[in-house]
Design a protein around this ligand. Sequence first.
Ligand SMILES: [Zn+2]
Length: 284
Amino acid sequence: MHLRILTPHPGILAFYDGRVPGYRFAERDNWVDDGALSLGIASYALILGDEALVYDTGTTLAHGHAIRTHLESIGIRHLRVILSHWHRDHIAGTEAFADTEIIASAQTAAHLVAQRANLESDTRWPPIRPLVAPTTTYKGHLTLALGPTRVALIHVNIHSDDATVLWLPDARILLAGDTVEDTVTYVAEPDHLATHLTDLARLKALFPRHILPCHGDPDVIASGGYGPGLIEATLRYVTHLTSRTDTPLQDLLAADLAAGNLTWFAPYLEIHRLNLARVRADAR
Ligand SMILES: [Zn+2]
């Protein structure tokens, strides 16, 4: 594990792992390297006094335990967990929080129940076993309080149809899960791209000042996150994908890279290739 603990804003911790040259979680094919650590991935915690809201539980159970151990070492006694969506790399550490409240959208809970046998099996290694299910679900919106801080959970259909983003209206900070990603979004559900555009526009209309994605550049995250240009760049990229034309990725993103909305990370060339293939297969 190469876990780095970053502080993008006072009261917000990022638990970041991945993008470590030469390091692999395992030699064999596995989703921990291929989906998560190769691109870099963060879980977050909002902390106030002895209370924390944990947003995603880590890419392995060891990550989950490390996040919890750190939080307890700084005096956190009351933990609640929020899951950004049901994908493996965001929920693999949930067993470390099995005695706490685990909050997710109703759609996330439904996916986890439906996928339990798949997630717990060795079909895609390593398994997540036992899978710990959410204890609290919501539909649409849910507002939580962390001391005087309002934390809004908003369900959106971007990247996956069950996504929960966290919106801190007072600080105008958006914890975005996988709804936006630097260098490009990961298209897991190509048949929903039109809805993704609609819901990205909803996120843009919140007018966030700082955006913290789960997959992004650790230096940008450490220095407070991305600006609203990350949502605009994602809107442009998804719109381009739906046109299914072939433009080299660096050319396609040139203006957003120059503007600092995105940073270049070469492994996303492969994500873009997969995105194009999925969009084309879906159109047939
Ligand atoms: Zn995901």
